[in-house]
Design a binder for this molecule. Structure first.
Ligand code: PLP
Length: 360
């Protein structure tokens, strides 16, 4: 069997070690005589799995005690509604910074529930940069400020977060969670769909400061109220049991590697291999301003859409899959999430060099 290098923006690669552990435990978890998939979520064996997953996540992300960790469903997209329903309740105002399609979707959803305002955007240049945001741009009466930390489609990232004073900062970290250390205490809410850096699809992680829980709008469905899940240890109803188990294995894999500082070093090494090549290439070029480059998603183009298509097709044949860029940007995109080995980035660059020699 030859495993391919999968550069998909999500769902994406999982660490081979994690898949092997899951395979070994598929028929019987420990001495339970059953797979984790078959277990009651109310069993003590499963309780241990979810408790350990939360403890390990708290450990690697250094999550302070005044934050709840929630394991939910519905994807990051459900958070686009859940955040305003739970937080846009004091002054019914929120400020959004639109740095890509996900950020824009979050804004549009919030606008259905209150007075959402776009205070900065990078849409004028196809979201290829991060706009400057200063404190005076923020409404001090806003219930929160929302950003998308890493813009999966466009390959930009906030390298420093905006200063929001007492206004809670909410961030969608779907495509950068666990890629490097993050100071959780700077945020009111962090949320992420699991399928980029954590686990298979089906799990959404929410990290929320406890004082922001319990103020939801009256119309909020029970299932969309953070309080429901915080009060019940993410077990108000059946959680995505197996996905949480895999997430737990991924957390252990990161701990074993040496935590998020080490993870960052590996991610910088991978991204640098690709960016350095793009900067020196005569055929390929990156589409993002250097100071806003993402560690996780690297879009690039040749400038000729036929040549782009040829590259994507030849790369696929050579075992580098899902390199086609998002339709709104065109060209290519290499997503190099945590589980992509350094070797994958190195081999991709070798392949790009060869393609350049043959096509220039
Ligand atoms: C993938 C992604 C989403 C959408 O996540 P779903 O879990 O599919 O709802 C939202 N925001 C960002 C930044 C993403 O990368």
């Amino acid at each position: 069997m030859a495993r391919i290098y999968n550069f998909s923006a999500g769902p994406s690669m999982l660490p081979e070690e994690v898949l092997k552990t899951a395979a070994a435990e598929m028929l019987e978890y420990g001495t339970t005589g059953q797979s984790v998939m078959e277990m009651s979520h109310r069993s003590k064996e499963y309780q241990a799995i979810i408790d350990e997953a939360e403890a390990d996540l708290r450990d690697i992300m250094n999550i302070p005690d005044n934050y709840s960790v929630l394991f939910l469903q519905g994807g990051a997209s459900t958070q686009f509604a859940m955040v305003p329903m739970n937080l846009m309740t004091k002054n019914k105002k929120a400020d959004y910074i639109v740095t890509g399609q996900w950020a824009k979707k979050a804004y549009k959803e919030a606008a259905r529930y209150g007075n959402a305002r776009v205070i900065a955007s990078s849409e004028d240049k196809t979201f290829s940069y991060i706009p400057e945001v200063t404190k005076d741009m923020i409404d001090s009466e806003a219930d929160y400020v929302h950003i998308c930390m890493n813009n999966t489609i466009y390959g930009t990232k906030w390298h420093s977060i905006p200063e929001t004073g007492d206004v809670p900062l909410v961030a969608d970290i779907s495509s950068c969670i666990l890629s490097e250390p993050i100071d959780v205490s700077k945020f009111g809410v962090l949320y992420a769909g699991a399928q980029k850096n954590v686990a298979p699809a089906g799990l959404t992680i929410v990290i929320i400061r406890k004082d922001l829980i319990g103020n939801a709008m009256d119309i909020t469905p029970t299932m969309l109220n953070y309080q429901t899940h915080a009060d019940n240890g993410s077990m108000f109803n059946t959680p995505p049991c197996y996905t949480i188990y895999i997430a737990g294995l991924v957390f252990k894999w990161i701990k074993k590697l040496g935590g998020l500082e080490e993870m960052k070093k590996i991610n910088v090494e991978k991204a640098s291999l690709i960016y350095d090549f793009l900067d020196s290439s005569k055929l390929f070029k990156g589409t993002v301003v250097p100071e806003a480059r993402s560690l996780m998603n690297i879009p690039f183009v040749t400038g000729d859409s036929e040549l782009d298509a040829k590259f994507v097709a030849e790369a696929k044949k050579a075992g580098f899959v899902n390199l086609k860029g998002h339709r709104s940007v065109g060209g290519m995109r290499a997503s190099v999430y945590n589980a992509m080995p350094v070797e994958g980035a190195r081999k991709l660059v070798e392949f790009m060099k060869k393609f350049e020699e043959e096509n220039l």
